[in-house]
Structures are given as structure tokens and as C-alpha cells.
Design a protein around this ligand. Structure first.
Ligand SMILES: C[S@@+](CC[C@H](N)C(=O)[O-])C[C@H]1O[C@@H](n2cnc3c(N)ncnc32)[C@H](O)[C@@H]1O
Length: 267
């Protein structure tokens, strides 16, 4: 691809993804989680579990100022607010914002929702006083260049602030294809190219909670681990750890295959 074609592809990818995430998102969350009252009750019952492996990386969150980049329906932010944090979501989907604010109200906590593209935040949002910035699960593939995203995290954080990034492991979502619904018959095949830089057309992640006629495609750039770590170091982060995680919901299913990864970095 020429530089001109690359720029055009990146522009199309950005526009299509933003439109897709503004399509019936609120309705999709109601279909998945039920009303905000029900969802808030579930979070209240176990807000620490909702935060899963993120919480040990954050440490004590009480009184901490925390930004969840691309924080979607606000589940994590509400759980953090319940634990005493000042939680801010930054995400460009109005349907997500509506669901998140209702969820916070039902939970009896306060969160702030910044309805913006995370790589085009207004200067006044880049305050450099956050203790923790995090982004997780289904994040990086929306960007054709990782540097602007990591620069946003860097500029939000105070000195020594923590950036935690958790996403799908490229071995599972870029390199191999898996078939079979039980551990016994499950088979894995190398079908992908770990080094591919192509954009891949895909269904939006909440498609199954929307009417089929309404679903939109998104365009994804899947990154390998070397590209991710390098981009993070290049914007100035000190990498403190990279955990590669197996299937956390069932030990036997896809045993031995990395499913997700979590990076902890410091400004
Ligand atoms: C798969 S979700 C992330 C998962 C989320 N952490 C959760 O727990 O549901 C992707 C989110 O990123 C948002 N998004 C994608 N690109 C964005 C961008 N450039 N700026 C702001 N939000 C973006 C979408 O609106 C969506 O809420």
C-alpha cells in the first residue's frame, strides 16, 4: 500500500468504527445486561470481581483519580466508583454514555463520561493529574497507529502514574483459529499471519445483542506483542510487567494457549 492509500484506509477505518459504535449500542446493553438497576445490583454484589486481574495492578483505588479509555458501558468505572475512586470514562459512543450514566445513578455513585475520540481529546482534558489510566479488552485493534492512543494515556497521567492495558492475546486472535465447543474435541490451526499489517473487516463485538439487519462492520488492525510494547516504550512509558494469561473462565478449555495479556507501565 502507498502512503496515500494507507492514510485513506486509516480514515475510512476511523469513520466506519465510530459510526458502528454509535448504532443501537444502548439497546444492545439492555439486551445483554438488562436494566441499569439489575446491572448495578450485580456490580454491587462483587465490584472487586468485576475488575478481575486489573485490581491487583491498580492497588488501593480509594481516592484515586482513574480514567478508563474506551470504557464503553461504564461497568468498570462504576465498580471503581463503588470502591471509592474518582472514575472517568472516555469513549465516543453516545449509547454507551447513556447506559453508563444510568448505571451509575442506579448504583448510587458518581462517574464522569467524556464523549470524545480518545485520540482527539480537548486540551483541557489532558490534565496530567490522573493516578491511573487503563484500557481493556477489544481496544488496540481500532487503531491504525498505536502512538496517539498511548500518548493520550501518557498525557493524562501524573508523573509516576500507572497505565494498565489489557487486551486479546495476538496468538489467539491473530495467529490461530480454534474450532469445537468442548475441551475434548477442540482443535487449533495456524491460519493467520502474526506479522500481518492488513485491516480486517469484522462484526462489531456486541452484534449478537442487536437485530441482524442493524449490525455494522468494523475494520480492525491486529497488533503483535512486539509492536505494542515498542510503541508504549517509544512514547516514554517504563514497562513494569507483561502478563500473558490463559483462559481465565475454564482451566481445561484451550489449556496452554495465551488468551489475553496485561501490561503495567509507569510514566
Ligand atoms: C470493545 S469496547 C471495549 C471494551 C470495554 N472496556 C468494556 O468493558 O466493554 C470498545 C469501545 O471503544 C470505543 N471506541 C473505539 N474507538 C474509539 C476511539 N477512537 N475513541 C473513543 N472511543 C472509542 C467504542 O465506543 C467502545 O465503547
Amino acid at each position: 500500500m502507498s502512503e496515500f492509500e494507507k492514510e485513506k484506509a486509516s480514515e475510512i477505518c476511523k469513520q466506519e468504527n465510530e459510526e458502528a459504535w454509535n448504532q443501537l449500542t444502548y439497546e444492545a446493553w439492555i439486551n445483554k445486561f438488562g436494566t441499569s438497576d439489575k446491572a448495578a445490583e450485580r456490580i454491587r454484589q462483587n465490584s472487586e470481581k468485576v475488575l478481575s486481574v486489573l485490581l491487583p495492578k491498580f492497588g488501593d483505588v480509594n481516592g484515586k483519580k482513574i480514567a478508563n479509555l474506551m470504557g464503553s458501558n461504564g461497568t468498570k468505572a462504576v465498580a471503581l466508583a463503588m470502591l471509592g475512586a474518582e472514575a472517568v470514562v472516555m469513549d465516543f459512543s453516545e449509547g454507551n454514555r447513556r447506559y453508563a450514566m444510568e448505571l451509575a445513578e442506579s448504583a448510587g455513585v458518581s462517574i464522569r463520561y467524556v464523549l470524545e475520540n480518545v485520540v482527539e481529546l480537548p486540551e483541557e482534558e489532558l490534565t496530567g493529574d490522573y493516578d491511573i489510566v487503563f484500557a481493556e479488552i477489544g481496544i488496540l485493534h481500532y487503531f491504525t497507529d498505536l502512538h496517539p492512543l498511548f500518548q493520550t494515556a501518557f498525557r493524562l497521567l501524573k508523573k509516576d502514574g500507572i497505565f494498565v492495558l489489557r487486551d486479546f492475546h495476538p496468538v489467539s486472535n491473530k495467529l490461530i483459529t480454534s474450532r469445537g465447543t468442548t475441551a475434548k474435541i477442540r482443535k487449533h490451526k495456524v491460519t493467520g499471519d502474526y506479522f500481518s499489517t492488513e485491516l480486517v473487516e469484522s462484526e462489531i463485538s456486541f452484534a449478537k445483542y442487536m437485530p441482524e439487519s442493524e449490525t455494522r462492520k468494523v475494520y480492525l488492525r491486529k497488533w503483535n506483542l512486539g509492536e505494542i510494547i515498542t510503541a508504549m516504550a517509544q512514547v516514554g512509558f517504563h514497562i513494569e510487567g507483561l502478563d500473558e494469561e490463559p483462559n481465565m473462565s475454564c482451566e481445561q478449555f484451550d489449556k496452554g494457549i495465551p488468551k489475553t495479556f496485561t501490561i503495567k507501565a509507569r510514566k
